[in-house]
Design a protein around this ligand. Structure first.
Ligand SMILES: [Zn+2]
Length: 381
């Protein structure tokens, strides 16, 4: 039986040779330095400091050494592991700082960028102009009234004092949905003698408003109307009208003129005046065309070749629409006593108003839905 090995022989434990431990340490340091990211560094950490890493295995070998060699080997391995852990922590901090800096750049929010590259839509200028007009009248105490676009002939013509052979009833002016005979068997409102048409004006809403309400009646009636026109630069088969109706005791043409003048000033500016020209409509008596003073030249272009005006064609006046005192026959048809009440009505086309208010030269632009037309009117909602 041999005596216990009391002399240290480093050759016996290959893994604990100083140069071997240096190699393990240097490999670990090189692997950490080469790690380009935190994931790669984690892999290098497992390989060089984990339980199966060469240095950990070498550490276990220390126990097998003779006592006098343990201290020296332990010191060497401990210093190597210390250096490795220090290098690991340094590289870890370095890579984390790099990641944080990158995240700051990549996830930065530029608050000056436009928040949405899709342009927001806007309502059609006809709609906004129409509502602006409604607002003028609502502020004066009027009520907004609407009615059906498919209307009986009775509401569209008869109740408004259009004679049975009035030219407006002809097929070349009016879209008929149902002829008289077809409507006879239907349950259309009005009467058995009434056909059904696409309303040619918003005046039937006035009749409905008078039938629905007790006087005094103050309504503004906006809406689409239909006539058999071809679509061109100045005509469209579908267009928008606003009509107003006031029924009260003692109303006169002066009330009508004052009301319209207020609307003109609200829409076009202070100081503009209006004028009436005699005309004829079946549903008003007396009837008139209403002109407003040109809001661009204020009438100064009329008879003045040095100052031509495109807006009013140097007339000084712009034709707005038709108006008049409600015909007593219409009041009777709507069940209102013409001895006690009188009323005035005024109607005009919004397309024409939009044309001269905003220098729109072609009516087709308003119906084609091209955003290049509507966008310059702004984002009014
Ligand atoms: Zn003018």
């Amino acid at each position: 039986m041999s005596a216990p090995n009391k002399s240290y022989d480093p050759v016996e434990v290959e893994a604990l040779k100083p140069e071997e431990i240096e190699r393990m340490r240097d490999e670990a340091l090189a692997a950490f330095a080469a790690a380009g990211g935190l994931d790669a560094l984690h892999e290098a950490k497992v390989a060089h400091t984990g339980p199966t890493s060469p240095l950990s295995l070498a550490n276990r070998e220390i126990g097998a050494l003779p006592p006098q060699a343990k201290a020296e080997a332990g010191k060497r391995v401990g210093m190597a592991r210390g250096a490795v852990n220090k290098a690991l922590a340094a590289r870890q901090a370095e890579l984390e700082a790099e990641r944080d800096a990158r995240v700051l750049v990549e996830e930065a929010v530029d608050v000056t960028l436009p928040h949405d590259r899709l342009p927001a839509g806007a309502r059609h200028p006809l709609t906004t102009l129409c509502e602006r007009i409604e607002d003028v009248f609502v502020a004066m105490g009027y009520e907004v009234a609407e009615g059906p676009e498919v209307e009986t002939e009775w509401f569209n013509f008869d109740a408004l004092n259009f004679g049975p052979d009035h030219p407006a009833r002809a097929m070349q002016d009016t879209f008929f949905v149902q002829g008289k005979a077809a409507a006879d068997s239907g349950s259309a409102a009005g009467s058995a003698e009434s056909g059904v048409v696409l309303r040619t004006h918003t005046s039937p809403v006035q009749v409905r408003a008078m039938l629905d309400r007790e006087p005094p009646v103050y309504v503004v009636c906006p809406g689409r109307v239909y006539r058999t026109d071809e679509l061109d630069a100045t005509h469209t088969p579908v267009f928008t009208q606003v009509e107003l109706l006031a029924i009260d005791e003692g109303l006169t043409m002066a009330d009508l003129k004052g009301t319209i003048e207020h609307m003109v000033r609200s829409l076009f500016g202070e100081g503009l005046t209006t004028r009436l020209r005699p005309n004829y409509f079946p549903f008003t008596e007396p009837s008139a065309e209403l002109d407003m003073q040109c809001y661009v030249c204020r009438g100064e272009s009329a008879g003045n070749p040095d100052r031509p005006c495109r807006t009013c064609s140097s007339e000084g006046w712009i034709e707005l629409g038709g108006c008049g005192m409600v015909n007593p026959r219409v009041l009777i048809a709507a069940g209102i006593d013409p001895e006690k009440y009188s009323g005035f009505a005024f109607g005009f086309g919004i397309e024409r108003l939009l044309m001269f208010r905003h220098n729109v030269e072609d009516m087709r632009d308003m119906v084609e839905g091209d955003v290049r037309f509507t966008r310059p009117f702004g984002m009014e909602i």
